[in-house]
Design a protein around this ligand. Structure first.
Ligand code: HPA
Ligand SMILES: [Zn+2]
Length: 346
């Protein structure tokens, strides 16, 4: 660990914005801003159940995960063509670069699109082309993680995997998202075992609203390398010990947790407790168009509310690189860039 020299409290927000960081938990469909939803609806002649951008934005008052997912899937209905997927991902990547995100691993939900008759090739080609352009035009490395929707069956996940395999060189991993409670990780034991044999990186949402038992089974049954969210783990001391010992990264999303009422207030968020327990916690935006902020808003609002330090800022950014799926030399190069930024603030 690098020991960070103390900085004046009023310079912390600028440091949080300037420091290079990786984003490891964002759903690309959750980056669709209302303006782009309406533009794509017009381009594709899709009718929306909202009369205007303002009316849609007013509907973003969520009480739990499901109340969000209903609107999120409705928003994704405007995506039909390869260019639509490119435009969505490009808009996010430009926004991420502005927040000094230098690496990102983006989730996508093929079943949300194949269910509407969109070929998985269209989805993957558009997203992947944006990832390639991000490296050459923005200097951002970007990779894709295909997620299975856990409210659907394991059989449907197997069918999705089959459809996507011809394009396997365009995504690096497999994840599990959508409605958590009632759909434990073990429902997907066989398909995750197959993905593991195929050599994909594995992650899963667990312990967002669901119990610590779901985090245990994501680790022990699915054998995932990272836990997405995982904030409910703090209710189980043995699980906290396991996560710390095995250095399992937790991709925490503070503004998402606030908007979906997982915590009543950001000042009650357990990010600091996770770090204090030695966990490899990271900060991420989840669905930034819906939850009121991209990466830097997640950092600045959480630090303002909880009083985390410059040392913890360094730790979170270092965790984001070390918890990513890039190789060891790239991790080192990114942490060196992080240290250089901290030097300029010392
Ligand atoms: O936060 C989330 N949780 C589960 N599924 C999701 N799909 C998009 N965002 C989320
Ligand atoms: Zn998520």
């Amino acid at each position: 660990m690098t020991t960070v020299r103390p900085i004046a409290q009023d310079r912390l927000p600028a440091l949080l914005r300037a420091m290079p960081k990786a984003e490891l938990h964002m759903h690309i469909e959750g980056s669709l801003e209302p303006e782009l939803i309406f533009a794509l609806a017009q381009r594709n002649a899709v009718s929306l159940p909202y009369a205007s951008v303002e009316e849609l934005r007013r509907a973003y008052a969520f009480t739990n995960l499901q109340s969000f997912l209903d609107i999120y899937y409705a928003g994704a209905s405007v995506l039909l063509k390869e260019q639509d997927f490119y435009d969505m991902a490009w808009a996010y990547l430009e926004r991420a670069a502005a927040d000094n995100v230098i690496h990102c691993e983006m989730f996508f939900d093929p079943q949300t699109h194949t269910a509407r008759g969109v070929d998985v090739k269209v989805v993957i080609d558009g997203l992947h082309r944006a990832c390639v352009d991000a490296k050459s035009k923005l200097g951002v490395s970007a990779a894709l993680i295909l997620c299975f929707l856990r409210h659907l069956s394991e059989q449907e996940a197997f069918e999705t995997l089959e459809q996507a395999l011809p394009y396997r060189d365009k995504f690096i991993g497999i994840g599990l998202d959508s409605s958590e409670v009632g759909h434990p990780p073990e429902k997907f034991a066989k398909v995750f075992a197959r993905c593991r044999e195929l050599g994909f990186h594995l992650v899963a949402h667990a312990g967002e609203e669901g119990p610590p038992a779901y985090v245990w089974s994501a680790l022990d049954v699915l054998k995932v390398e990272r836990i997405d969210h995982g904030v409910q783990s703090s209710k189980d001391a043995a699980l906290m010990k396991r996560l710390a010992q095995d250095k399992i990264p937790l991709t925490v999303c503070p503004l998402s947790n606030l908007k979906l009422c997982v915590f009543p207030d950001l000042s009650n968020h357990n990010l600091g407790a996770l770090l204090d327990a030695g966990l490899v916690a990271t900060v991420n935006s989840d669905d930034p168009a819906y939850f009121g902020g991209y990466m830097n808003e997640n950092f600045t609002q959480t630090f303002a509310a909880t009083g985390l330090s410059a040392q913890q800022a360094w730790q979170l950014a270092a965790n984001s690189f070390n918890g990513s799926f890039i190789d060891a030399s790239a991790k080192k190069a990114y942490v060196d860039r992080l240290n250089a930024t901290f030097e300029t603030f010392a």
